[in-house]
Design a protein around this ligand. Sequence first.
Ligand code: 6CS
Length: 283
Amino acid sequence: MKKLGILAGVAGLAVAAVLVASGARSADDAKLEQLKAQGFARVAIANEPPYTAVAADGKVSGAAPDVAREIFKRLGVNDIVASISEYGAMIPGLQAGRFDVVTAGLFMKPERCAAVAYSEPVLCDAEAMLVKKGNPKGFKSYADIAKDSSATVGAPGGGTEEKLALTAGVPRDRVIVVPDGQSGLKMVQDGRIDAYSLPVLSINDLIKKANDPNLEVIAPVQGAPVYCDGAAFKKGDEALRDAYDVELAKMKKSGEFAKIIEPYGFSAKAAMSTTREKLCAAK
Ligand code: 6CS
């Protein structure tokens, strides 16, 4: 499949080069033409339901890929092919050309906005912490963890929660990088970490599936902002990003956007009440 993908990618580039040379399309449209010729867009995901999920049979779902699949179809790109990546590796992978777009709930923050070309907002959420029942150490915020010299918190590598904990003063050796939700759940259950932090909907999905009465969710984490993601494109692919935004705006207006994301628990209104500009400027 990988070889096929590479061949398709090369063919797509050749088609795009011909189109640009013939003046049929501006260089700007070359990326979209390349994806059309390739027949699919390569998307980065994390496999963190309900944002993104890969079933045992390889089927990709989750609010972010479902929105992306529909938009790319409208742009003439028939499908998406997903690769699982750690959050901290998504932007480097995009910049290295390993993905065409990140559709994973990669929250907009100024430093990320400087590194990629985000679409308008798609999925918004607050932050949460998974702890033992009764919240024995009384955590309400990342600052509470910082103040307790025995406390440890798990979070995705390169993720927002890791950054929030470090910024709140939790020392590096007490912020534990956790590769995925199931590992984080197990580490809390086994007492290897005191808290595991992900966005609210991700933690709620984990605890629902765990069916373990000895766990509790602290949500929202006090002092942590509500974040929104967007589809993240490589700098230089702004024409593709703009075409994506045109279709996203149509779907927001028609109600089709809400139909895709709200069954996953996300609020269309939250995404429609803000903009990339505001989120990228947020302190
Ligand atoms: O954007 C991020 O870094 C965070 N987004 C999600 C959906 N999960 C955890 C991650 O740290």
